[in-house]
Ligand binder design. Structure first.
Ligand SMILES: Cc1cc2nc3c(=O)[nH]c(=O)nc-3n(C[C@H](O)[C@H](O)[C@H](O)COP(=O)(O)OP(=O)(O)OC[C@H]3O[C@@H](n4cnc5c(N)ncnc54)[C@H](O)[C@@H]3O)c2cc1C
Length: 352
């Protein structure tokens, strides 16, 4: 029996398995390995951390398919030469490998950031963030470092969850989400102004202590800081003997294979792709990998040129009632954008 091993049951590998499982000829099996006993919907972790959604709402069961074996274990190493993956409890071998281990916080060498900030990058970390938020005394000060999509979402969700907190959002740019139209930035900024979240533009966090964040020349006393200021592939991927591109992501050939190790594919946040990492890109790429692996196992020729991964745009929430979107070069704000986001999540759950 040939074994296709999928490392990580995130957005990328869930879509990959969904597409490839019904098409595999006999003689092939899939082994999925994840540290968690379910698929975590990372795009919703901000709500878990803020306490507006319970954990059961941000996770789903892994596929129940006779051809898919699921192992719950921590992956500690990948040997591309020996085609072996070391887990905490055993070592497994693969014929084909799809690495979809996602990413973790990157602290850019800021002293104290790793030790003194909370995270929403994994289920375990989001749970810890939730607990800390729940323990904060009324009127406590919370700093959110980084005003990208995840920073905006946790800041607004937290405002909705705890009206008593003083929330500061440290933004590196001079306007929120500078890569999108000014109208979108202005809308998000207005929401924060109206809802008493202080946005601090042109921030450059130089140090984090247990109760203080140092921003440029100023210091801010805080009871809790949440880091949303950068990500990188997880350590197991960073340890691979391969070429890394922008953001420390693995450089791949057009078939999403690791050059020199064509039985190994990388999907999602760990892959160096033309688009910024997102669940949307991970799923588009996973569909292409499923197509390629289907051709390989059926001994068919690979497409001469792979098409671009299609992107729809971004969707973000501002609490449970408002949101923003940039879809097909159009800005959408307010309730409609929020409904679109809820609709996408609903469709996703239905699809899985
Ligand atoms: C708050 C927030 C909001 C976001 N909102 C959006 C959004 O609206 N739209 C969008 O497109 N993207 C969004 N993203 C980004 C999106 O979540 C990621 O791009 C996406 O999850 C990447 O998918 P992936 O398959 O690469 O990895 P992931 O979905 O992160 O899955 C990785 C899996 O690997 C497992 N794993 C990792 N290391 C190990 C190990 N050593 N051993 C065993 N298992 C391991 C993890 O448990 C996890 O299940 C958001 C991210 C955050 C944090």
């Amino acid at each position: 029996m040939k074994n296709i091993v999928c490392l990580g049951g995130g957005y990328g590998n869930m879509r990959f398995i969904q597409r490839i499982a019904p098409k595999l000829p006999s003689g092939y099996t899939i082994t999925l390995v994840d540290v968690n006993p379910f698929h975590g919907m990372k795009t919703e972790y901000y709500a878990l951390a803020a306490g507006t959604k319970s954990e059961t709402k941000v996770r789903m069961d892994f596929p129940d398919d006779k051809n898919v074996k699921v192992l719950f274990d921590t992956i500690t190493g990948i040997d591309l030469e020996k085609k072996a993956v070391t887990l905490e409890r055993e070592t497994i071998h693969y014929d084909m490998l799809v690495i979809g281990l996602g990413c973790e916080d990157k602290y850019h060498g800021v002293p104290g950031a790793a030790e003194h900030t909370y995270s929403i990058q994994s289920l375990r970390q989001s749970r810890a963030t939730y607990e800390k938020i729940g323990d904060l005394e009324p009127g406590s000060k919370v700093g959110i470092i980084g005003a990208g999509l995840s920073g905006i979402e946790i800041a607004s969700e937290l405002r909705e969850a705890r009206e008593d907190l003083k929330i500061r959002l440290f933004d590196r740019g001079d306007r929120i989400l500078p890569m999108y139209p000014e109208r979108l930035s202005a809308y998000v900024k207005r929401w924060f102004d109206d809802n008493d979240v202080e946005v601090i533009p042109n921030s450059n966090i130089v140090e984090v202590a247990a109760d203080t964040v140092y921003n440029n020349d100023a210091s801010h006393a805080l009871d809790m800081s949440i880091w949303t200021a950068g990500v990188q592939p997880v350590e197991v991927v960073r340890n691979l003997p391969v070429e890394f591109g922008s953001g420390g992501r693995v450089v791949l050939n057009q078939y999403h294979q690791i050059p020199g190790f064509e039985d190994a594919y990388v999907v999602g946040d760990s892959a160096a792709l033309k688009h910024a990492p997102s669940a949307q890109v991970a799923e588009g790429q996973a569909e292409q990998i499923a197509e390629i692996i289907e051709a390989v196992v059926k001994d068919k020729p690979l497409p001469k040129e792979m098409p671009d991964i299609k992107m729809q745009g971004i969707l973000g929430s501002l609490g449970s009632k408002e949101g923003f979107a940039y879809l097909r070069e159009r800005t959408v704000t307010g309730r409609i954008a929020r409904m679109l986001k809820s609709g996408v999540l609903w469709m996703y759950k239905l699809g899985v």
